[in-house]
Design a protein around this ligand. Sequence first.
Ligand SMILES: C[S@@+](CC[C@H](N)C(=O)[O-])C[C@H]1O[C@@H](n2cnc3c(N)ncnc32)[C@H](O)[C@@H]1O
Length: 198
Amino acid sequence: MEDLPFSQASENNKGPILAVLRQHLGDTGSLLEIGAGTGQHAEHMAGRFPGLCWQTSDTAANLSILRPRVSRAGLPAPIAVDVNAADWNCGRFEAVFCANMLHIIAATSVENFFLGLGPHLLPGGLLLVYGPFRYRNAYTSPSNARFDHWLRQRDPLSGIRDFEWVNRLAEDAALALVEDHAMPANNQLLVWKKSPGN
Ligand SMILES: C[S@@+](CC[C@H](N)C(=O)[O-])C[C@H]1O[C@@H](n2cnc3c(N)ncnc32)[C@H](O)[C@@H]1O
């Protein structure tokens, strides 16, 4: 058995995430995964959509972690996308997927994520974001409150984001919320659709 980079959290949530993605994604077109980490989500999900071109990405510094599993899965080589870059320098996609990133990066980077996304998500395309969120200034569980405390102690710029704030950033980027799926372990999978005119 190869000893590839591994995330237990990814292993636990890949099944439930796939079940929701199946409700929204067709089997054609292309998807950009941002912050793909170890590549476990891509490895598990891309094969379930054989007609969809699944393009993984992460920061240049993380590509050596991502590459082995993506290569084993026979997917296109990962590309470097840093959401803080002025130009993401990638193509245009029917869908963008991102898991467990908005609470890891700084709030300014979350803003950059929504600003930078625009040129790369086709009109009518979908943005699918998985992770924990707060609603009406409250955590969805005591464990999320503890997780947020731990995150902020580790990195004061990180932290669980308020859904209302994130949704405003999305609306400013011409994205309308389609669905908010409650997921296991007090996470959400938020799905937005880009206006067909943008
Ligand atoms: C907690 S990991 C999640 C990995 C994977 N999506 C998952 O759910 O297992 C956060 C990921 O975001 C990536 N990341 C952090 N800052 C980033 C940035 N500025 N632009 C793009 N990706 C970033 C990290 O390299 C890492 O792969």
